[in-house]
Design a binder for this molecule. Structure first.
Ligand SMILES: NC(=O)c1ccc[n+]([C@@H]2O[C@H](COP(=O)([O-])OP(=O)(O)OC[C@H]3O[C@@H](n4cnc5c(N)ncnc54)[C@H](OP(=O)(O)O)[C@@H]3O)[C@@H](O)[C@H]2O)c1
Length: 304
């Protein structure tokens, strides 16, 4: 297939573009700087420069492609989560940007659209499993993700095949917060956000990138892309400690994170999210079935 990727130069994109190339696709990707264009070229993709907000420019570049994958985001780092202004750009990209990508893809006659979203849209369900049939909870900072999902649905309603991938929290080498968390853990400070028994949906970025390549031929719809075994905050912290090789003297912020309310809702809710639908629809299987294996591999890659 001929695939156009936006956001292909980001943390997840840097896994998704090589995964698409390895799968035999011809990949074009948006580059905003000459340095990023050179990286894309080295990965076997063809870089083009065009604005995410320019419908006519995008439609011209999309023409002749079978699929568009939209991974563009300007997600703030976890330390910036509390600042409402830190979300402004990512919300603009996910509302206006995603809508423009869909308009342009329809104008260009592209048949398939893959839109990145997050699994942290579901309500807290304690230790009950969550699949795609559970209705999302529209809390304020999720506005951008919900708008991007609505754009993908609009693509399907207009006759295309729109696929939404609800990724778990990214971690792995290249994810800023993972590197910060491992650094702190080596100094005996373990990041454990929310109550000890609550579940966090995670996905190693290499597995997220691989999932993008598998999403090109699934039936239109929404899919959770998370690892096989969501861990509780307690078990996730233990996996991080083991990977860092240092016993935690302090686990922060723990339950105190609840005091920050909606701004950190995506991190404090108990979300035991299942990937069964995506696994049933594809041959994808996460290389890191849980954060136990994933944190160990991340620590070893960063040490290397
Ligand atoms: N969901 C989560 O798990 C979560 C939570 C907290 C933090 N994070 C952090 O967010 C990052 C997640 O990785 P990611 O790949 O989603 O994000 P990312 O690494 O920030 O990449 C974003 C992509 O979107 C592109 N982009 C940004 N603004 C754009 C614009 N105006 N027009 C066109 N393209 C634009 C970027 O281009 P350029 O390369 O040119 O900038 C890049 O390709 C990680 O660093 C992670 O630590 C993730």
């Amino acid at each position: 297939m001929k695939v156009f990727v936006t956001g292909g130069t980001g943390a997840v994109g840097s896994h998704a573009v090589p995964a698409l190339v390895r799968a035999g696709h011809s990949v074009t990707a948006l580059a905003r700087t000459p340095e990023k264009a050179a990286t894309l070229r080295a990965q076997g993709a063809t870089p083009v420069t065009v604005s995410l907000f320019d419908r006519a420019g995008l439609a011209k570049e999309f023409t002749g492609h079978d699929a568009v994958v939209n991974l563009a985001t300007a997600q703030p780092s976890i330390t910036q989560f509390l600042r409402a202004s830190a979300w402004r750009e990512t919300t603009r990209i996910r509302t206006k940007g995603s809508a423009t990508v869909v308009d342009a893809a329809l104008d260009a006659g592209v048949g398939r659209l893959v839109q990145e979203s997050v699994a942290m849209l579901y309500p807290d369900r304690g230790d009950r499993w969550i699949d795609e049939s559970v209705p999302v909870d529209p809390y304020p900072i999720a506005r951008g993700n919900l708008a991007a999902e609505a754009s993908a649905r609009r693509f399907t309603e207009a006759g295309g095949g729109g696929v939404v991938l609800r990724f778990g929290l990214f971690y792995g080498p290249g994810a800023r917060h993972s590197e910060q968390m491992l650094g702190l853990a080596r100094h005996h400070v373990c990041t454990a956000i929310g109550p000890p028994g609550s579940y966090t949906p995670l996905i190693h970025m290499a597995d997220a990138g691989a999932a993008v390549a598998h999403a090109l031929d699934v039936p239109a719809g929404t899919y959770n892309v998370v690892d096989d075994e969501p861990l509780t905050t307690r078990d996730s912290a233990a996996a991080l400690e083991t990977a860092a090789g240092a016993r935690a003297w302090l686990r922060v912020p723990g339950k105190a994170a609840l005091l920050f309310g909606n701004r950190v809702a995506s991190l404090t809710r108990s979300l035991r999210v299942s990937n069964a639908r995506f696994r049933d629809a594809t041959a994808w299987a996460p290389r890191y079935p849980s954060a136990r294996e994933g944190w160990a591999a991340t620590a070893s890659a960063l040490r290397g």
